[in-house]
Design a protein around this ligand. Structure first.
Ligand code: IPE
Ligand code: IPE
Ligand code: MG
Length: 253
């Protein structure tokens, strides 16, 4: 047995999803329930994110995607938007060296152009510094919207067609995937959303075609290793059919 398998076996986890995507929701409600400002909920949310990165490394998850700021989150009060931008900067400044030491490769998806220059520089630095790392791939969806991502991909493809580098008959699912921000990343196996909401909120629309969804009632700042392992156990008990007949049935039938 590989050393990396030990925590998995210990936790009784049969199948570890290769790619886990998380909609971190409920920071505001977590804070409100305690009479705290929403910012405190977001701060505690960053701690939950750190815990989840560590757990993913331990468990052998290969890709971990966090929905950190949606293209619709600009509709929030200016102060909250500024707080969320500030927390992202703080996270990169404080955690980049530790993540790099842990062999984590960072990727950022979303519309980079609308962000302030200081954030763009930090995100570029995080990606460049960790580019050659071979451990967990940590994908931060920031100023990300699934529809906007598909539109960006369509523009790139249309440009290729106009320039003569892409033939219209060569456009297939694979080519579309390769023009998305997530190019080269396998589709998520498991998507977790906290806070009890059961919606996608414009996250990874193309990529979740056959993803298993787990919705949890707890708020994101309360998400811990036990909750993560429970979600992975739920995932492990599912049968993924991808449109085919049940493997159990086809064996007996
Ligand atoms: C998730 O928590 C964090 C972001 C969307 C950035 P929320 O801020 O959405 O918290 P609730 O949903 O209002 O409780
Ligand atoms: C989704 O959460 C976006 C992130 C977690 C970054 P929201 O709280 O913004 O989603 P809605 O508005 O409840 O759908
Ligand atoms: Mg929310």
């Amino acid at each position: 047995m590989k050393a990396a398998d030990a925590p998995t076996a210990e936790a009784g986890l049969s199948a570890i999803p290769r790619h886990v995507a998380i909609i971190m929701d409920g920071n505001g409600r977590w804070a409100a329930a305690r009479g705290l400002p929403r910012l405190e909920g977001h701060r505690r949310g960053v701690e939950a994110l750190r815990r989840t990165v560590r757990a993913s490394i331990d468990l052998g998850v290969e890709y971990l995607t966090f929905y950190s700021f949606s293209s619709e989150n600009w509709r929030r009060p200016a102060q909250e938007v500024a707080d969320l931008m500030g927390l992202l900067k703080l996270f990169i400044r404080r955690d980049l060296a530790t993540l790099h030491d842990a062999d984590v490769r960072i990727r950022v998806i979303g519309a980079r152009d609308d962000l302030s220059p200081d954030i763009r520089v930090l995100l570029d630095e995080a990606e460049t510094k960790t580019r050659a790392n071979g451990g967990l791939t940590l994908i931060i969806a920031f100023n990300y919207g699934g529809r906007a991502e598909i539109v960006r991909a369509m523009r790139r493809i249309a440009l290729g067609v106009a320039e003569g580098t892409i033939s219209p008959t060569a456009i297939d699912e694979n080519l579309v995937s390769r023009h998305l921000d997530t190019a080269g990343v396998p589709d998520p196996d498991l998507l977790i959303r906290t806070s009890g909401e059961q919606r996608i909120s414009n996250f990874l629309l193309w990529q979740i075609a056959y993803t298993e969804f787990v919705f949890l009632d707890l708020h994101w700042p309360d998400f811990d290793r036990a909750a993560f392992e429970a979600a992975i156990r739920t995932y492990g008990a599912r049968e993924r059919r991808f449109g085919a007949v049940s493997a159990v049935e086809s064996k007996t039938g």
